[in-house]
Write a protein that binds this ligand. Structure first.
Ligand SMILES: Cc1cc2nc3c(=O)[nH]c(=O)nc-3n(C[C@H](O)[C@H](O)[C@H](O)COP(=O)(O)OP(=O)(O)OC[C@H]3O[C@@H](n4cnc5c(N)ncnc54)[C@H](O)[C@@H]3O)c2cc1C
Length: 552
């Protein structure tokens, strides 16, 4: 302990995404009015702000006016105002553009954007207001005293694969804070520990997730207009698979394309990356990408359990915001404005707690009250049963959704439950339908022009991990993993991982062994979510490691 540095701050924000940056900005604004002397520290694991940010994105802009009241709206680096917004029923060789919007999917007044660019802009604003931002530091431990959160610690570096200290060993820094804000985004690894320790999900629905795989392209002029937005349903997904595609037209002949698929699929060999490549070959999408070139690639999960899966949001000295709290309106595929709003509300509760010198959970409860009296409640409550309704397939889901629309979200059955995504995969012998590779036979040879294999795609994410470190993907119980994940399920991680991290190697004696290429990891967290029997735990690797997204 003696050589571990300790720093003290009033507020520690873990994560430099929209939620963490909004917390910091709004808090700095409020506290400045009360006099100088408060310290706000924000730690981000990416090598720079934005380097780990991946979103669609079409953004609802109003919350930015609240967050940055003195700023000209035109200064915020949105890309293009949505000019055309269509839902397309996709088939392999044809498509039907629906003449209406499905409720909650209307994007009039919204803007296309790079969420990474928006975050870099917000980080500059935060720094101008006195927030200290440190990038390239991974926070991997919550600090407790007398059972209460008192801050967090950054990760020790300079360890070999077995955890032995090397010559360049650097102990992490203890950051002691009066209040810690968990803003780690989807499936936050510390938020997960916090929820477990304080039982914050008791009585709540299981959180469920989607995996989004995205590419940024530059296409010839005229292929798509800036602000032109399409969402697709159908091909290549079937009735058992929830999800769809997005195509967002950007300035300078850029276009963001992606496929988002619910992780409750049953096929143990389902591969979201490869499904995305197949999606691009449909005539509608391939026309848009024709003559273009790939610029960037990435993948990330998003929480879609909705209202009933929101955990308790406060404990003594700590709050949870944004995706870590599951604040996403799934039918709209939108979480950025709610992440920002939750950060602002957390800032208000935090400022009040600091000013009255009471950071107990009784005092911080105000945050949750504010959340349930805000647009977060207003937007999430009417669709509280949306995602659960689709757990039995698209047809049943559609019927549920119809009844929910006419009953204000209740449907005919009241609260619908959900099942953790790692419980929905079927074992190889139980899965009787055509496995993924057979379904798309002949379509999984990628030409590296329109379609890409995982290894090539990974190159376009700029991913990097230090070689010398303990592998950050922990197989919880190797023997059990072999018996269950490999033998019974056929190693689903090899298929669902969108970055080719997992490889099933057959040894000379025929025995199968899992090899982990942690250096490819995109930090999407799918393996932590989807591995049957809780096979894998994702922990944060060295700071500055991971993808290096520029405009995702
Ligand atoms: C494919 C896809 C498409 C989407 N499309 C849209 C859209 O069109 N519109 C929309 O509004 N929303 C969209 N969303 C959702 C939206 O991106 C999220 O709701 C939003 O980014 C959440 O913000 P956040 O700050 O909570 O988390 P994030 O944006 O994920 O930010 C969290 C940050 O915390 C950092 N971090 C995590 N753990 C640690 C740690 N231990 N130590 C230090 N740093 C850490 C991460 O590196 C990251 O930078 C989409 C999401 C996906 C995946």
């Amino acid at each position: 302990m003696s050589n571990v540095d300790t720093v003290s701050t009033d507020v520690l924000v873990i994560g430099g995404g929209p939620s963490g940056l909004a917390t910091a900005i709004h808090l700095a604004d409020i506290l400045k009015q009360k006099g100088p002397g408060y310290r706000i520290l924000l730690i981000e694991k990416g090598s720079s702000i934005g380097s780990h940010i991946l979103s669609g994105a079409v953004i609802k802009p109003d919350v930015f006016k609240e967050l940055l009241p003195g700023v000209e709206f035109s200064e915020i680096p949105f890309n293009a105002k949505v000019t055309k917004d269509s839902l397309v029923l996709l088939r392999e060789k044809s498509s039907i553009t629906l003449p209406f919007h499905i409720p909650y999917m209307n994007n009039t007044g919204n803007y296309t954007a790079s969420a990474g660019l928006i975050c870099r802009y917000l980080a500059n604003k935060a720094q101008e207001k006195g927030v200290e931002i440190y990038t390239g530091f991974a926070v991997d431990e919550i600090l407790y005293k007398d059972g209460k959160v008192i801050g967090a610690k950054t990760k020790d570096t300079g360890l070999d694969h077995y955890g032995n200290q090397l010559e360049n060993f650097q102990p992490g820094t203890r950051i002691e804070a009066k209040i810690t804000i968990f803003a780690e985004g989807t499936r936050g690894s510390l938020a997960k520990m916090l929820m477990k320790k304080f039982n914050l999900t008791e009585g709540k629905n299981e959180q469920v997730y989607s995996l989004g795989v995205k590419e940024l392209w530059e296409v010839p002029p005229g292929n798509i207009m800036p602000g032109q937005v399409y969402h697709t349903m159908g091909y290549p997904l079937n009735n058992d698979e929830f999800g769809g595609g997005f195509i967002y037209g950007l300035n300078d002949n850029k276009v963001a394309v992606g496929l988002v698929v619910g992780l409750d699929f049953k096929d143990p060999t389902f591969d979201v990356h490869d499904a995305f490549q197949v999606w691009k070959t449909s005539s509608f999408i391939s026309q848009i990408l024709k003559g273009g070139k790939l610029i960037e690639y990435g993948a990330k999960t998003l929480p879609e359990g909705g209202y009933y899966a929101i955990p308790k949001l406060f404990v003594d000295n700590a709050l949870i915001v944004g995706d870590s709290a599951g604040l996403v309106v799934m039918p709209a595929l939108k979480g950025i404005h709610l992440a920002i709003k939750s950060g602002m509300l957390a800032a208000e509760a935090t400022a009040n707690a600091l000013l009255k010198d009471d950071t107990s959970e009784m005092s911080l409860q105000q945050y949750e009250t504010l959340v349930y009296n805000s647009i977060i409640q207003k937007e999430m409550y009417p669709v509280r049963n949306f995602r659960q309704g689709f757990s039995k397939g698209l047809f049943v889901g559609g019927l549920h959704f119809g009844t929910q629309l006419i009953t204000g979200g209740a449907g005919f059955f009241g609260r619908l439950r959900s099942h953790a995504d790692n419980k929905t995969t079927l074992k190889l012998r139980e899965f009787k339908k055509k496995p993924f590779k057979e379904r798309f036979k002949g379509k999984l040879e990628f030409d590296k022009l329109l379609t890409f294999d995982k290894a090539t795609n990974v190159f376009y994410s700029g991913v990097y991990h230090d070689e010398q470190q303990v592998v950050h993907l922990h197989i919880n119980d190797p023997e059990k993993f072999k018996a269950v994940n490999i033998e019974q399920y056929g190693a689903p991680c090899v298929f669902f991982c969108s970055s080719e991290v997992y490889e099933l190697h057959t040894k000379k004696n025929g025995e199968k062994e899992l090899r982990i290429h942690a250096e490819n990891c995109m930090h999407c967290k799918t393996c932590d979510i989807k591995s049957p029997d809780d096979g894998v735990t994702w922990v944060v690797p060295n700071g500055g490691n991971g993808p290096n997204f520029q405009n995702m």
